[in-house]
Design a protein around this ligand. Structure first.
Ligand code: BGC
Length: 738
């Protein structure tokens, strides 16, 4: 048996060498061929300058004659926010049948976590630590969206976010580049499928390139300053992973990075993206990001903004009107060469050809009816929602609840909400599709269980009149379920918060409820980590449910009553208070790490540790880790090794555990983080069952960018931990030698 597992380990190692090789290949566009380039050549020679510029222009859909005329004249290459097959086909018809060359439109939408079947917000999806499942969820989204006339999603959001004040943390995979890259790849593969011409595929568009999540003070759109090492090590990897997975477009961001606005940054858009990574798709700006170069103080006029964005590598102008209004004049004046325009148009046409839009520009309404919000899609959404839930506290095993309770109090403004579980960027999602937490619980318990529901207070607002009824309901129940948190509009774009506390009067209500001495389960619904130190001390159980999408209530009820054993883990650190922010697990050690003596890096008033660490989450069963093995004590700088560990379910319920591998490079030419995630695996274990997990560690995990921005693996000792989160685990070490 042992021999077999070592054999398997070597086998996996050999395969992973192959993948390391692949990782180093330039990005390819799936389905691309010389035949397509020939067709583009033929088309380009027939196009007027106005028609070429038209391909580089994208507008948001509005029902105006003006827009229809522009499409018919071939002056618009793309629209966003067109939803539904019928509308899409009508507009497409104008482009295909009325414009001189009949070049089809590419229609984009923000399909961020589902189209009509809304899945958990991406931060929730990342809590599954299950890339295969997320790929599947993105396939569902793609199938629905493409059948409804959308060809292109402005996703995945692959911004790393270390500051939960930033509302857009909800849209990405959290704070870690390894988890972020794994999720980025899964989402691209899910959206794009095997071939873009497949009628169930969407073009992916990783965004917002780059550094957008590093906004100072967590304030959206704010300035970003970071070292190039941090850029390469933390913020770029998920983009690189997305591009290497075949993402065929990319969105340039609003923010400036070290003084250069991202939508006019030649270094990131051309040197890194095209020259280092070999990207062959096209770049679209974020909404009016080219126009905003003027507000940044980077361009004096729209024409200067146009030149700078184009020369940096932005091919399509989203809603900015800069390319539409400025480019032809700039070419006539000789300030921009038509060759640059031709290259951008070529990139855009390439994607239209790959999508098969020239052969089949229209969508099929029958297919749209068939796939939209189908039973099968909902059941995948339920699976993802359940797996996204993170159990943060479970004192005395209060959970799961018995279904035989006589009276249950459900309190809180989010229990009955149909709109908030949809979260930010719900695309074509509808409140009427949502199963609320209250509905989920009501359908789970027998009719003999008395449900006492009281809203108590609003999510925001100062009214506390409802407290009394809430307390009465709690007093009459055996258990209290408090459903509290943030409404959907409190996270996402332009939704930064300076406080991370439960908004408004919700914590006061929780305190009032606790006076009843009834056991309280806090069901959190939110788009970012919250500072819930009081609740963590004082309530009996806490479930982090994020904004779970259409199957919210069913997923929460399944977990509350034990029909599903939660196994999600946090993709982001929970601070004790906003004053600790930014706080993330992969920080540096400093010269004076926190200790019980004065002159160390800590706060006087609170511990420097988080409330809940990255990677944390409990289960209704227990998992024991043992037998950590490292295949070699020493490896060369190009070498690999594998690490194995046994995990045993020592409890009495079937459960899922995310096994996490962390490393630390102890001494190096540029200081390294105290821990770095280098592998993970979510597995299911029956009671009493043991499984062995084998991880491979190679140069792609052990290296970093040195002071010359070269990727190197340096000799020295590495520590290794395998465990259930970023602070616990079995420890070992090995050495990298010259
Ligand atoms: C957002 C993008 C989004 C675009 C189109 C912008 O405001 O920053 O993420 O894709 O709008 O909706």
């Amino acid at each position: 048996m042992k021999k077999l597992s070592w054999f398997l380990a070597f086998f996996f190692m050999a395969i992973s060498f192959f993948f390391i090789e692949l990782r180093l290949q330039p990005a390819q566009l799936p389905g691309h061929s010389a035949r397509i380039e020939k067709k583009i050549d033929e088309l380009l020679v027939r196009m007027t300058l106005e028609e070429k510029i038209g391909q580089m222009v994208q507008y948001s859909y509005r029902d105006t004659e003006d827009l229809k005329c522009l499409i018919a004249e071939g002056k618009v290459g793309s629209l966003l926010n067109v939803r539904g097959c019928e509308k899409a086909n009508t507009l497409q018809k104008l482009a295909v049948e009325k414009s001189r060359l009949g070049i089809p439109l590419i229609l984009g939408n923000d399909v961020i976590h589902g189209y009509r079947t809304v899945f958990p917000i991406p931060l929730g999806e990342a809590s599954t630590w299950d890339p295969e499942l997320i790929e599947k969820a993105c396939r569902v989204a793609a199938r629905e969206a493409r059948s409804a006339g959308t060809h292109w999603t402005f996703g995945p959001v692959v911004d790393i976010a270390r500051d939960p004040r930033w509302g857009r943390i909800a849209e990405g995979a959290g704070e870690d580049p390894f988890l972020g890259s794994t999720m980025a790849k899964a989402r691209v593969l899910g959206f794009q499928g095997e071939s873009l011409s497949n009628p169930s595929s969407l073009v992916a568009c990783p965004k917002h390139y780059v550094g957008y999540g590093g906004a100072e003070g967590g304030r959206d759109y704010n300035t970003v300053e970071m070292s190039l090492n941090t850029l390469y090590e933390i913020y770029l990897p998920p983009f690189e992973a997305a591009i290497k997975a075949g993402a065929s477009t990319l969105m340039s961001a609003f923010n400036e990075l070290n003084g250069l606005p991202s939508s006019a940054n030649f270094f990131t858009l051309t040197r890194i993206l095209r020259q280092e990574w070999g990207f062959r798709g096209f770049v679209v700006s974020d909404w009016n990001a080219i126009g905003e170069l003027i507000q940044h103080g980077f361009a004096a006029t729209p024409s200067e903004a146009g030149i700078k964005a184009l020369q940096a590598g932005v091919d399509m102008d989203m809603e900015g009107n800069v390319y539409h209004n400025q480019l032809s004049q700039l070419i006539r004046e000789g300030k921009v060469s038509e060759k640059v325009i031709d290259e951008s148009v070529r990139r855009i046409l390439r994607i239209k050809f790959l999508l098969g839009l020239f052969e089949q520009p229209y969508s099929d309404p029958k297919l749209e009816r068939q796939v939209t919000l189908s039973k099968e899609n909902r059941s995948i959404a339920l699976d993802v929602a359940r797996k996204s839930i993170v159990l943060l506290k479970n004192e005395n095993n209060l959970l799961p609840l018995s279904k035989e309770l006589k009276a249950l109090a459900i309190i809180g403004p989010l229990a009955e909400s149909k709109i908030d579980p949809l979260g930010t960027w719900a695309c074509a999602g509808r409140p009427e599709d949502v199963v609320t937490v209250l509905e989920g619980i009501v359908s789970k318990v027998p009719t003999t269980t008395k449900i006492l529901y009281e809203k108590g207070c609003d999510v925001s607002g100062q009214d506390i009149e409802g407290f009394e009824e809430a307390i009465n309901a709690a007093s009459g129940a055996e258990v209290v379920i408090a459903v509290l948190g943030e409404s959907a509009i409190m996270s996402g774009e332009a939704s930064s918060r300076a406080s991370l506390d439960l908004p408004s009067k919700q914590e006061d209500m929780l305190k009032a409820l606790s006076q009843t001495k009834k056991p309280i389960i806090l069901v959190l619904m939110n788009g970012r980590p919250l500072s819930i130190s009081w609740a963590a001390e004082n309530v009996s159980a806490i479930l982090e449910t994020w904004h779970l999408g259409v199957e919210c209530g069913n997923a929460v009820a399944d977990v509350l009553f034990g029909d599903y054993n939660p196994g999600g883990k946090l993709p982001v650190t929970f601070p004790r208070t906003v004053g600790q922010v930014p706080i993330y697990y992969n920080h540096k050690n400093t010269g004076r790490p926190p200790a019980q003596i004065k002159y160390t890096s800590k706060y006087l008033d609170i511990p420097s540790t988080p409330l809940y660490p990255f990677g944390y989450g409990l289960s209704y069963t227990n998992f024991d880790y043992s037998s950590l093995k490292i295949s070699s004590e020493k490896i060369g700088t190009f070498g690999s090794l594998f690490i194995s560990v046994d995990i045993r379910n020592s409890g009495s319920r079937l459960g899922e555990e995310v096994v996490e591998l962390y490393i630390r490079d102890l001494v190096s030419s540029i200081t390294r983080p105290v821990k770095e995630l280098a592998g993970f695996k979510r597995l299911s274990l029956a009671p009493g069952e043991t499984k062995t997990v084998i991880f491979t560690l190679g140069p792609e995990h052990l290296g970093f960018w040195n002071e010359h921005l070269e990727y190197v693996v340096e000799p020295g000792i590495f520590k290794v931990w395998v465990g259930p989160n970023s602070v616990e685990g079995l420890e070992g070490s090995f050495e990298v030698v010259e």
